[in-house]
Design a protein around this ligand. Structure first.
Ligand code: PBG
Length: 324
């Protein structure tokens, strides 16, 4: 009789036939920080802190020591510095460039990834420049935004970022950023493109952490419709053609089918972002005693890996390394 259970009989056999596994090298830690000297625990994301620059450097070092190869920087910008075009994002002495230099000075072998988008800098809370059209409706300007994003990416590259990660979903930004970096003498700075970033309700805790929620309207005219997956393939082919080095799907857990389809379509490395709302759901269910935290977190990460992600951005990265 054919008995599939024979391959599950003992831990030794199960370990031989296991198809997927996780290692710290698969994990990327997103980190929040601000200008203040205090490290502020985030109420919207239990267990996550918005760091001072000194705290950020310490956190980066701890992550690196655990075997995590990369972090992604998410700044909270002072309200007074925000403007409709978010121009301050290109400031070479801005919070992000200073953070990159400080981290690189202390931990030169840690890979530093930066987020390229206007939302932390934009007084309207959108990823691009907002204009009100003749009919009174909000429009997000594509090409004007891409110009600002290029200056932002360049400021990050000059400060020493290894990888810039455009998360804005404007059309043509990967090609424009690639050209800007190449012309400015940064051919080795990589682009990790948020290729399929969905207009998801799962970003709520993140926007609370950075005070970056849209003041008006939503992000549906640039982030993808959760109903679509063929459209993700279109974005994937474009980002590849425009010169992206790595592609990302976001969120991760509700979009495993999209991760799998992007994996089938591209030969580039694929990343997936387990976002703030996914973190919060697992964290709260575990805190309530309803789910076993270690088991549920590892299952969620392994599922994302199995779907086809090479790299996973997760707020659980440090905890998961402890469990591996
Ligand atoms: C914005 C950005 C967002 C996240 C990462 N970059 C939020 C948004 O698009 O509104 C969300 C990450 C998370 O929820 O953990 N460019």
């Amino acid at each position: 009789m054919i008995r599939p259970r024979r391959n599950r009989l003992t831990p030794a056999i199960r370990s031989m036939v296991r198809e997927n596994s996780l290692t710290p090298a698969n994990l990327i830690l997103p980190v929040f920080f601000h200008e203040d000297a205090e490290d502020t625990p985030l109420i919207s994301m239990p267990g996550v802190t918005r760091w001072s620059l000194a705290g950020l450097v310490r956190e980066a070092g701890e992550a690196h020591a655990l075997g995590i190869p990369a972090i992604v920087l998410f700044p909270k910008i002072d309200e007074a510095l925000k403007s409709p075009d978010g121009a301050i994002c290109g400031d070479e002495d801005g919070l992000v460039p200073r953070a990159i230099r400080a981290i690189k000075a202390a931990h030169p072998t840690l890979c530093v990834i930066t987020d390229v988008a206007l939302d932390p800098y934009n007084s309207d809370g959108h990823d691009g420049i907002v204009r009100r059209n003749e009919r009174g409706a909000l429009e997000i300007l594509n090409d004007e935004t891409v110009e600002v994003l290029c200056r932002q990416a360049l400021a990050h590259a000059r400060a020493g970022a290894d990888i810039v990660a455009p998360s804005d979903m404007m059309d043509g930004r990967v090609a424009a950023i690639r050209e800007t970096l190449d012309l400015a003498g940064f051919p080795n700075v990589s682009i990790l493109s948020y290729t399929a970033k969905y207009a998801s309700a799962l970003y709520g805790p993140f926007r609370g952490a950075l005070d970056s929620a849209p003041k008006e309207g939503d992000k549906k005219s640039y982030q993808m419709d959760p109903a679509n997956s063929r459209e993700a393939i279109r974005e994937c082919l474009l980002d590849e053609a425009e010169g992206a080095d790595m592609l990302m799907v976001k969120p991760a857990g509700f979009y495993l089918d999209v991760i799998a389809q992007v994996r089938e379509t591209t030969i580039l490395p694929v990343a997936a972002y387990q976002v703030s709302g996914e973190y919060l759901m697992l964290k709260n269910a575990a805190a309530g005693g309803w789910l076993d935290e270690r088991a549920i977190v590892m299952e969620s990460l392994l599922a994302i890996k199995r779907a086809g992600a090479d790299m996973i951005l997760t707020y659980f990265a440090k905890q998961a390394c402890g469990w591996l």
